[in-house]
Design a protein around this ligand. Sequence first.
Ligand code: ATP
Ligand code: MG
Length: 770
Amino acid sequence: QARPAPDYLAGLNPEQREAVETLDGPVLVLAGAGTGKTRVLTTRIAHILATGRAFPSQILAVTFTNKAAREMKERIGLLVGGAVEGMPWLGTFHSIGVKILRRHAEMVGLRSDFTILDTDDVIRLIKQIIQAEGIDDKRWPAKQFAQMIDGWKNKGLDPSQIPEGDARAFANGKGRELYAAYQNRLKTLNACDFGDLLLHPIRMFRANPDILKDYNDRFRYILVDEYQDTNTAQYMWLRLLAQRSPPSSPQRGPKPYPEEARSAVSKDEVWPDRAGSFEASLRSAPQDEAPKVNICCVGDDDQSIYGWRGAEVDNILRFEKDFPGAKVIKLERNYRSTEHILGAAGHLIAHNEGRLGKTLFTDRVDPDNEKVVVHAAWDSEEEARAVGEEIERLQRGDADDKKHALNDMAILVRASFQMREFEDRFVTLGLNYRVVGGPRFYERLEIRDAMAYFRLVCQPADDLAFERIVNTPKRGLGDTTIRTLHDYARARDVPMLAAAVDLIETDEVKPKARKALFDVIQHFRRWSELLETTPHTELAEQILEESGYTDMWKNDKSAEAPGRLENLKELIRSMEAFESLRGFLEHVSLVMDTEQNADMDAVSIMTLHSAKGLEFETVFLPGWEEGLFPHQRALDEGGRSGLEEERRLAYVGITRAKRRCHIWFVSNRRIHGLWQSTMPSRFLDELPVTHVEVAESEQSYGGYGRGGYGQSRFDKADPFANTYSTPGWKRAQANKSDATRDNWGTRSGHAVERIGYGESGPKAKTIEGE
Ligand code: ATP
Ligand code: MG
């Protein structure tokens, strides 16, 4: 008599259940968005644990983000009744890689307390190396070379293995040499970059089969989410760990870094190609001897969005070859989205060639069953305003008589620069938001410092601001002086700045501190006077210069310093939208007030790339314009495949939505500091009429066009006319931009004035990557 299925299996459909219960041998789940792939993985782990097949420490589970790892851990806990102690090997490729590397750092010539360099560190280091070699780093920028190295590492290539052509492409053939020098430098610094977190273990495993064997024996079950986005290095790493019978050679290989390597810089021998080609060795392995392992990978070829970072969608396509006897399971029922959302996404992605092609259906019954809505806005400021209004409507319950939580809403942008506009708008509205994958702009250290200066200029009684900056940069004002000021101020009930004015006349502070305080006071006096006469952005810049704050970061040799200086510039730029320093401070103080904690109800703002695997009731997708989405760089560099990857990104975006999906495009965007009229994204033309509607504009959009531009506006009466043959709104937009050009020429600045932007006009932004 069959025992009833445990609770955690009960809700699964037959295919999902098969994927969970097929514990022996390789399994590939290849299925579209929202079909429960991640859920299958989670349940599978629960099943392994519940049936006692393995201890938590014997399961290797790879997720794409740390957040996903945390969530998975939580859910497993719920499924098996909270008893999941550990799961030490559940994490991202990087987090697991670093754990392995710390255990064996000495095997690759590092100490276990090695530091991990971020991208900024890497670029600075490379710049030093390029300069030390006497190469012109203007002609051969460090950033470019950092990207090349990253690309090689993603492919699992050591300096000796990079293709000749690649090596020749940089610094007149010095590519290989520089790469080797970089690796040596890292070792001297006891540091590694992100790529090394996988490459070092790969080298270590190859050179030390006995260590590899320990891991092979340990990991009884291997599970990988988002398999379509693994790159070659990750693939090699996985294949090594998924080996059942490690190479039989009892000999330890040579240490990966021979001693000479420390001094030798420019020789190929630095990294002898001792491992041979791993790929080749895999290929030469007889198929019937190939290991049969309990590996389960899940993925969706339509959601492969990291090709630009070296992901190889082929990895998923050749799974059956790699793991003979693999069971391939397809899931077709989508549990996430409404019919309209799925229909729109499916129609869009059908424009890609070379897909495996999958069936997806939903029987989600949704009373509202809203179509995907496309909105037009004049510019990004209006876009942010309108999105904010829509969010408030949902929150208040005006949209459908239900009050919606902010947690259920997300704004997914193509490029991170798009976020600022939304952040600013939400602050004005007092709407909670959280930026996923980075700090909020106004919460960064350097921004807070700078703001403290501005606050004190406007409001000399702001003691918190005073304390924050009185000795930043260092002026020799120690704790004793500050305490004296504090006590004096408290005793007389005056602000600390006033206390300072009094105390510099007395002996209560030491002469050196007195001089320093005197200077500070003089500065603030002058700045306060300038407040009424000098344009506020100019004054702000002046304050940061004269106080020595900018210099403090210029002289700072740490890796973050250049980024902080960038942010300070952005801060000044963002002030342009306000009439005065006070107005700006008021705006920002609202942000500084609200804490960003995990529990609060807040709208999420993130890039499309970091939204992978997530889901929200309502999703806003702004910025669907040619050049931004699809992104110009993807088109320039990737051609057709670049475009297809952008389209997959759009597919990922739409399929994050459970019930509501709002897409926006604007007619004008400031790119590289210049106003440009933009064309709606070609992806809009690829959306099916049956599942999409165009929003009636209740916005001021129409109003802006008056004065001669009316004829050129996007035709709202029948925007989908000729959707398939002659893109209707593209044509309308094309006409518009012609008209625009005739009237405005290239003098974008004037255009801004003529359409009536006052002080509150949009701010300068530059297009950047994610
Ligand atoms: P993506 O491709 O976007 O990563 P996915 O295939 O991993 O999607 P999941 O996130 O696992 O899909 O599942 C999507 C949603 O459907 C989740 O809310 C999940 O809880 C729900 N779901 C999955 N399977 C079932 C099921 N059998 N019954 C009810 N809900 C389910
Ligand atoms: Mg998933």
